[in-house]
Design a protein. Structure first.
Length: 427
């Protein structure tokens, strides 16, 4: 046990004021100075090996400036626009009703089809009204015979009266009988007209050209009893109205533009762009033709109506519609691809390449309501000769050098369109 203790236990001894460390191992004592010399020699060997592993080499070549795509701003005539929502309405809508009582006998149209003005739609049982008309016609025939007899008697009485062969009373009686017979005939003629009119109502014709709806009454039913029975409707399909409302602030903006461009632009003749819910943009064109004469104080809006052609019948009355209205006539403006703009806490900016291929950050201001097919309109901050980075913005840093390559901005917009559309859909 004492041997093991001597082997693993360090012993520190002080002799004559000089410190010595001695390690007792297997009964032998190694001076501390000899051990320190061994450690120093090992460190020198390691240092020398590290020095031999280092070899000076040539300096690494700097990478070339990154490539970016640039283009000049596009200059195009554009007008400021406002967008609204509304719905389509038919220019003419007619309710087809039974104006006389009768049993529906025939239907002469196909539901949902286009009909022309004057086309026969329905037929009612005409027997009752035909009999009434025949009776009135017979009365007229009888009265005309009586009238001819009265005319003959009045003429003969007049001749006798001139010859002093009859009394004045007899002559006056014959003349009065003639007048009564004439009045009776005219009364019968007047009674025949409503009878013939009721008979004509048993055949119902289309008053306008348009698309007929479904029939609300089938053959064999009694119609027109106590009230005119609604049978179907017809709507005119070409052209169609688009009804919408604009806020009073926009109305004042339109009025200001109308006064400033009175010789060339007016809200009452302003063009419209119309798009349906499933359509992109505003593919249908129309024109404003009506504005209400007052602003609704409860909503702060004014009713506006436009007209647009519908030759292919795709625009159905009642559909939801998006409406775009320009504010004034188009003016020359600068456009850049939407993907070339970025934003920070100070606002929107673009990266431009200077004459020495150095990237600079340029703050810009955009025109609201003037987006044009993937482009944004720049109101301030760019000129037509600036080289704007349209692709590779992540590789460009303000103050760094780049290698610019020119590209048409339309190509960038075409490539970026699916990404921009997806981003808008998410937003």
């Amino acid at each position: 046990m004492s041997r093991i203790a001597r082997t693993i236990s360090p012993i520190i001894r002080r002799t004559d004021g000089v410190r010595r460390d001695a390690l007792t191992t297997a009964g032998r004592v190694w001076p501390g100075g000899l051990r320190s010399a061994g450690l120093l020699a090992g460190a020198l060997v390691i240092f020398a090996g590290c020095q031999r592993g280092e070899r000076p080499g040539p300096a690494a070549a700097a990478p070339p400036p990154p490539k970016v795509l640039v283009s000049h701003p596009v200059e195009r005539p554009l007008a400021e626009t406002r967008e609204y929502t509304g719905h389509l309405e038919a220019v003419e809508t007619v309710s087809i009703r039974a104006r006389v009582r009768g049993v529906l006998q025939k239907i002469h149209f196909e539901e949902g089809a286009e009909v022309e003005q004057g086309a026969l739609l329905y037929e009612l049982d005409p027997n009752e009204y035909q009999a009434a008309a025949d009776e009135k016609a017979a009365d007229i025939a009888r009265l005309e015979h009586e009238l001819r007899l009265a005319e003959s008697e009045a003429k003969r009485s007049s001749e006798l009266y001139e010859q002093k062969a009859t009394s004045r009373e007899t002559w006056e009686s014959k003349q009065n009988k003639l007048a009564v017979a004439t009045a009776e005939r005219e009364k019968a003629r007047a009674a025949l007209r409503p009878a013939e009119l009721n008979l004509s109502y048993t055949k119902i014709y289309a008053p306008i050209s348009g698309r007929v709806g479904r029939t609300l009454v089938t053959v064999g039913n009694l119609v027109g009893y106590n009230e005119p029975t609604l049978l179907t409707t017809i709507v005119k399909m070409d052209p169609v109205y688009v009804d919408f409302e604009i806020p009073e602030r926009d109305l004042l903006r339109f009025e200001q533009t109308d006064q400033a461009q009175s010789s060339s632009w007016s809200l009452m003749q302003a063009p419209l762009g119309i798009g349906l819910e499933t359509e992109t943009g505003f593919p249908h064109a129309g024109i404003i033709n009506f504005r209400d004469n007052r602003v609704e104080s409860a909503t702060g809006t004014v009713f506006v109506r436009g007209t647009l052609p519908n030759p292919d019948r795709k625009l159905v009355p009642g559909l939801f519609a998006r409406i775009q209205v320009p504010v004034g006539r188009p003016q020359s403006r600068l456009l850049v691809p939407e993907t070339s703009l970025a934003a920070d806490q100070r606002g929107r900016y673009v990266l431009v390449v200077d004459t020495d291929d150095t990237v600079k950050q340029r703050p810009v201001q955009i025109e609201m309501n003037l987006e044009h097919r993937g482009f944004l309109t720049i109101r301030e901050g760019l000129t037509v000769n600036d080289r704007v980075i349209v692709s590779g913005l992540q590789r460009a840093r303000p103050g760094s050098k780049v290698t610019p390559e020119f590209v048409q901005p339309e190509e960038v917009v075409q490539v970026a369109a699916p990404t921009v559309a997806a981003r808008r859909k998410v937003q």
